[in-house]
Ligand binder design. Structure first.
Ligand code: TYD
Length: 223
């Protein structure tokens, strides 16, 4: 397992983009319940009158959908190729969807972003978190979310929730998923100002309330 990455820019947001948009990413283990939270937060911003782009990675674009199929449902992919495929998805995704939406002033909410790669490929696959982080930052042109929400669950709880269905990453052993989880938590600990860690075993409503509060204290949503 690699040590937590130290190379995360302190503030990549200001210079890496133009426009009045807001960028929120959800991260966490498989089965953490991110998709529900992404949807609830999108509804909250829409209710506040904001334009919202809701997306997920890998996927979201035509190329991304093909990469998603290759990397999640295809045959064996060697770790470096896996890291490059996830990076290619992000590069295209940011260029085609995320930057234009931010430039137009929208709120972009993504189900997974660069931290997934740092945790799953960097820490989980032992490719080196710093190296994978650099690759990811190159791919996305240093675009860092304004807020990253980590929905935290243990590997065992994730496995229990997933039941019998597993894609290529999900079928990895619990030790792999625990390494991924530990790395998410370490990244959040290193940059508490732009991370929120929520307990994924709380009810969806409780989790959403915590995320909502984090957005109101930042002045992004009304009380
Ligand atoms: P998905 O079905 O979207 O899972 P979830 O609903 O849990 O987000 O599958 C995405 C899988 O891809 C998940 O196991 C994490 C993995 N992944 C990476 O390994 N690296 C990445 O950069 C990204 C975006 C995802």
């Amino acid at each position: 397992m690699s040590s937590p990455t130290s190379a995360i820019p302190q503030d990549g947001t200001a210079d890496a983009r133009a426009g009045a948009g807001l960028f929120v990413a959800f991260e966490g283990g498989d089965g953490a319940g991110k998709s529900t939270q992404v949807r609830l937060l999108a509804q909250a911003f829409e209710a506040a009158g904001r334009e919202v782009l809701l997306t997920r990675q890998p996927g979201g674009t035509e190329l991304g959908t093909q990469i998603r199929d290759l990397v999640l449902h295809g045959d064996h992919v060697c770790p470096r190729a896996e890291a490059l495929l996830f990076a290619a998805d992000k590069a295209h995704h940011v260029d085609q969807l995320i930057r234009p939406a931010l430039a137009a002033g929208a709120v972009v909410i993504t189900d997974r972003y660069t931290d997934s790669s740092v945790a799953y490929q960097g820490a989980g696959r032992d490719l080196g978190a710093d190296e994978v982080h650099q690759l990811q930052m190159w791919a996305v042109g240093d675009l860092v979310p304004d807020l990253t929400v980590i929905v935290d669950i243990t590997a065992a709880e994730g496995r229990r929730r997933r039941g019998g269905t597993h894609d290529r990453l999900e079928s990895e052993a619990d030790a792999y998923h625990e390494a991924v989880r530990a790395h998410f938590l370490a990244m959040a600990q290193g940059h508490p100002e732009r991370y929120l860690v929520v307990d994924g075993t709380l009810t969806p409503d409780r989790i959403h309330a915590e995320v909502h509060r984090a957005c109101t204290v930042r002045g992004w949503l009304p009380l």
